[in-house]
Design a protein around this ligand. Structure first.
Ligand SMILES: [Zn+2]
Ligand SMILES: [Zn+2]
Length: 170
């Protein structure tokens, strides 16, 4: 059996950046915000695989693809890069209040990495991270909270996605 002293928080790694929850805190990767009006072509990603180079970033005659400039992606033609059929104003958008624990501090009594959780709308400290991976722009939102701020563990998710709650997203 592992005692509290022996328990170590997992490192959540994004490229060279690592997050390790301290004390009774947890680091939660928030679920993606979904309004339900996401563009069906790009699924809200605002970009699609470049049609000219088939997402390879290089032209068929060699050299960088001139259409996507080597980025492998172009603005979604169906939604014109808006990502949704109905655009929710930034300040009216809502952040999800659910996510997955990616690092649990050594003093956490109940939560461990991998637990799905919900928390109050303004709980914790939010860190929005953008980074490039294989030439693609990725976004991730982390929330650092005390274990006691977690309202509940959850299982499944089908019903919960319909209850998604709003807040500002950068
Ligand atoms: Zn291209
Ligand atoms: Zn689209």
């Amino acid at each position: 059996m592992i005692t509290m002293e022996e328990r170590k928080a997992a490192v959540f790694q994004i490229q060279s950046l690592g997050f390790i929850a301290m004390g009774d805190r947890v680091v939660v990767e928030e679920d993606k915000f979904r309004s339900g009006y996401e563009c069906r072509t790009c699924d809200g990603e605002e970009k699609v695989s470049c049609p000219k180079c088939d997402g390879r970033g290089v032209s068929t005659v060699g050299g960088v693809c001139k259409v996507c400039d080597g980025s492998k992606q172009t603005v979604c033609p169906a939604c014109n890069g808006k990502g949704a059929s109905i655009v929710v104003p930034q300040n009216a958008q809502m952040r999800p209040t659910s996510g997955t624990v990616v690092s649990a501090g050594k003093d956490c009594a109940e939560l461990i990495e991998g637990d799905r959780v919900i928390y109050a709308r303004f709980a914790g400290n939010i860190f929005g991270l953008e980074y490039d991976e294989d030439g693609e722009r990725k976004k991730i939102v982390l929330n650092v909270l005390h274990e006691k701020e977690i309202l509940s563990k959850i299982t499944g998710g089908l019903a919960y996605s319909k209850m998604a709650q709003p807040i500002v997203r950068q």
